[in-house]
Design a protein around this ligand. Structure first.
Ligand code: GDP
Length: 384
């Protein structure tokens, strides 16, 4: 009889302990899984996204459903100092600019014609006509006042001016800290092809690498491939993704569901990818305005990051103007800086919008997105 009672007691104890483990908070489980998981390499592209879509537990009906993370979860590296580490990517594409400029400064007489050539090189780097002329004027005066032709000194003056032009005092911090039990909300906007979806994925990695939890919303409902791609990025870092049950669903309702799911899951930040169809200004305004309004019902939008392709020059600036008219852009993400010698676009676009470049894309790898740093930028422009 005694033995029977002891066995019943042990069984009850086991049941109680396993029950307690099952109700452990989801957030702690997610963090634990991330910490324990091994790391991987290549970036998820559109081609590899079908597997991700298949692995995700999509649950129609429309408008949106949260897919649970599946597969191996990676631990991305923290973002601090990343631009300095990736500087080689920038320096390689800018080296022609730097060497031509320094060649001009060091050779022969610095006469009117030579200064004009220097100005042309700066304009050629997409810095903008006004800023290039102003920079040359300042440098000319400084060289005259200092009475120096010493290349190291002139180079240092030029570097200092470039740093100043890049706005060393601008607040480039990403507002991604949660507000109590509400997540920070980051809207990613920009024209298709600029690297918008890739940036959502890379940003998710940055946040996870910096110790935050994220949820991604695939509100670009016009392209199933974009949602698939986003899902693959999300799964790799153990994040959840909310996507439409069908192509062409209302982007605003996906954004709404993403933020609601983010609040329910207790994540730190929700990143929402939006459609970048620049069909008409009014259409864009309607769509992005609606997305923002519905999100505002749940939580404030903390960041609106405009993604621009650095290789598109003036065209990129035109896009920037249109988006800035439609939404309050809080930061710029300049992608593909690794593929252009026109790094001066950083200066031009900041002047144009009065908004800081917060992140720069320096390659196609998953961790090739870096917080922008003016000093590293100036050094890279000068090819050092
Ligand atoms: P979206 O249409 O704006 O969402 O653009 P995607 O995110 O699909 O990106 C378009 C292409 O640009 C992809 O092939 C990306 O790998 C590529 N891309 C994005 N950012 C960068 C970058 O910083 N450097 C380079 N070299 N390629 C990039």
């Amino acid at each position: 009889m005694e033995t029977v009672l002891i066995i019943i007691g042990v069984v009850l104890l086991v049941l109680i302990v396993s029950g307690a483990l099952l109700v452990a908070p989801a957030r702690r489980r997610a963090r634990g899984a991330r910490a324990a998981a091994p790391r991987q390499g290549a970036p998820p592209g559109r081609a590899g996204s079908a597997a991700g879509a298949a692995a995700g537990a999509l649950a129609p009906p429309a408008p949106a459903a949260a897919a649970a993370p599946a597969g191996v979860v990676e631990t991305p590296p923290p973002s601090a100092g990343r631009m300095a580490r990736l500087r080689g990517r920038l320096a390689r594409s800018q080296s022609a600019f730097g060497s031509v400029l320094l060649g001009l400064l060091s050779s022969g007489r610095l006469d009117e014609a030579r200064w004009e050539e220097i100005e042309e090189v700066l304009i050629g780097a997409d810095m903008g006509v006004g800023p290039a002329a102003a920079l040359v004027e300042r440098l000319r005066t400084q060289v005259k006042v200092a009475g120096t032709r010493d290349l190291a000194q002139v180079r240092a003056m030029l570097r200092d001016d470039l740093v100043a032009q890049a706005g060393p005092d601008l607040d480039r911090g990403l507002r991604v800290a949660p507000h109590g039990d509400r997540p920070a909300v980051v809207l990613i906007v920009g024209v298709n092809g600029t690297g918008k979806t890739t940036t959502c994925g890379k940003l998710a990695r940055i946040l996870v690498g910096d110790g935050r939890t994220v949820l991604l919303g695939a509100a670009d409902t016009y392209r199933a491939a974009a949602a698939d791609q986003l899902q693959t990025w999300a799964e790799r870092v153990g994040a959840r993704v909310v996507r439409a049950g069908r192509e062409g669903a209302d982007p605003a309702s996906v954004a709404f569901e993403a933020v609601r799911a983010g609040i329910a899951a207790g994540v730190d930040a929700v990143i929402v990818d939006t459609a970048g169809r620049l069909h008409t200004r009014a259409g864009l305004m309607d769509e992005l305005g609606k997305v923002k309004r519905v999100i505002d019902k749940h939580a404030a939008v903390d960041e609106v990051l405009l993604v621009l392709d650095a290789t598109t020059g003036q065209n990129g600036l035109r896009q920037a103007r249109v988006f800035a008219e439609v939404v309050d852009v809080t930061g710029i993400v300049l992608t593909k800086l690794d593929g252009t010698a026109k790094g001066g676009i950083v200066i031009a676009v900041q002047r144009e919008l009065g908004v800081p470049v917060k992140l720069v894309g320096l390659g196609e790898g998953p961790d090739d997105l870096a917080p922008f740093d003016p000093e590293t930028f100036a050094d890279a422009l000068l090819g050092s």
